[in-house]
Design a protein around this ligand. Sequence first.
Ligand code: ATP
Length: 262
Amino acid sequence: MANWQFGLVDVLDISVVAIVVYFFLSLIRGTRAVQMLIGVAVVVVTYQLARTFGLFTVEWMFGHFFSAFMVILVVLFQQEIRRALMRVAANPLSFTGSATDESIDSLVESAFSLVHRGWGGLIVIERETGLRHLFESGVEMDAPLRPDIIQALFCPDAPMHDGAVIMRRDGNGGRIVAARVLLPLAQANAVPGDFGTRHRAAVGLSEETDALIVVVSEERGEVHLVEGGQMGAPMTSMELREALGQLAVSSAKPAKGPAGNF
Ligand SMILES: Nc1ncnc2c1ncn2[C@@H]1O[C@H](COP(=O)(O)OP(=O)(O)OP(=O)(O)O)[C@@H](O)[C@H]1O
């Protein structure tokens, strides 16, 4: 290989490592994985010091620890590894359609119709990451996303009111594709102390996937938008419409088919 080719390979090599490190750090930023990473770094530094200064017993102990290191890493970071793989599989370079005004309107009206009734609700918007595996915990269905149907599902006396509804965009305002779905819960400290499992479930799913989740609090009568493990401040209907519209614009690329995404 010519010299310039070696140079190019080195640049490519370093770039890939930099991207992977950046991706990993942005994934764990603000999560409990940071503390675990610090713990792992302390163990590695202690091991190196023990080797340098010939501390036989310490080196022996940490040597055994390192023989199981890969397994320990996988166990410690299983949640982060799962999230990373799901995001890679979601293919950030792929084209997604933008949400139509109708689907945003239906969603906002549906969420605030629950507020007016004093009921809680959890509406998940599927994007690039497929959520079909969650359907098993609930009931697969196919219905238009409309305030009356959302109310029928989340009415506290209705048999289907527990859990989340999953929606997909279509050309006519969105479709409900599953109801009574159980979502993975986030750690208790991922949401402020006075929020309960409904909000933890919203944050939990958004940590693992690129889904957007609209949570309607029964106790507070508030609506929150959850994305990427973060729950925003309570929103008015106008703010929610605007936030969803911006997310639609930021992912607005040529549509690939009828089931596009926000
Ligand atoms: N893992 C889960 N996946 C989906 N929905 C869930 C899950 N866990 C709880 N829920 C829903 O949350 C409801 C209970 O909400 P809870 O009062 O504990 O939470 P909250 O965050 O305080 O919400 P709210 O402000 O509406 O009371 C349940 O009735 C159920 O519908």
